[in-house]
Design a protein. Structure first.
Lengths: 115, 111
């Protein structure tokens, strides 16, 4: 079974540009989660999508946005990039969680570097 | 919302010794507690999880204990090996809700 796949692996942008990161969940998983991990730091929750709807978002400005497609894949968009947006962006997926506890399974992330 | 604290932030042990990482949570409604291992350049991998109706769970050299009254849970790694060196994250959640992660523990196993 294929795991969570993220693309691209690395992305280099300059300040003010826009970035799009993509995530394909494990087959059968309907929930997708996005996290930001700055160098040497923990996992900061960004966004949670389930069945195409945004379920919750973390404490990030509106220039961080995303969507989930009918095939449950997801993309994260970051507008007006700033130097502090440089980080590893991790995507995770899970089976539906509303009636039972399910683990999240992570991809290996997209390393976004802002010059 | 939930708040998860994790200690220690760094831990060094000799190969063959045991390692213990502790987490506390604030919301008594949390009922699912997974642990993740993150190796350099990789995403976090689930290594073990425990639900609130269980006090302890083991998987070979790894065990997790949960004390609901005190609202804390711990990861125990016995007979540590160099390949156990990684960053470990705990998390807490309640059914139908997102995960709240601890800040991570960097474990170094010295050969």
């Amino acid at each position: 079974e294929a795991g969570v796949t993220q693309s691209p692996t690395h992305l280099i942008k300059t300040r003010g540009q826009q970035a799009t990161l993509r995530c394909s969940p494990i087959s059968g998983h309907t929930s997708v989660y996005w996290y930001q991990q700055a160098l040497g730091l923990g996992l900061q929750f960004l966004l949670w999508y389930d069945e195409g709807e945004e379920r919750n978002r973390g404490n990030f400005p509106p220039r961080f946005s995303g969507r989930q497609f009918p095939n449950y894949s997801s993309e994260l968009n970051v507008n007006a990039l700033e130097l502090e947006d440089s980080a590893l962006y991790l995507c995770a997926s899970s089976l539906p969680i509303f009636n039972s506890d399910q683990p999240q399974h992570f991809g290996d992330g997209t390393r976004l570097s802002i010059l | 919302g939930e708040n998860v604290e994790q200690h220690p932030s760094t831990l060094s042990v000799q190969e063959g010794d045991s390692a213990v990482i502790k987490c506390t949570y604030s919301d008594s409604a949390s009922n699912y507690f997974p642990w993740y291992k993150q190796e350099l350049g990789k995403g976090p991998q689930l290594i073990i999880d425990i639900r609130s109706n269980v006090g302890e769970k083991k998987d070979q050299r790894i065990a997790v204990t949960l004390n609901k009254t005190a609202k804390h849970f711990s990861l125990h790694i016995t007979e540590t090996q160099p390949e156990d060196s990684a960053v470990y994250f705990c998390a807490a959640s309640m059914t139908g809700n997102q995960f709240y992660f601890g800040t991570g523990t960097s474990l170094t196993v010295i050969p």
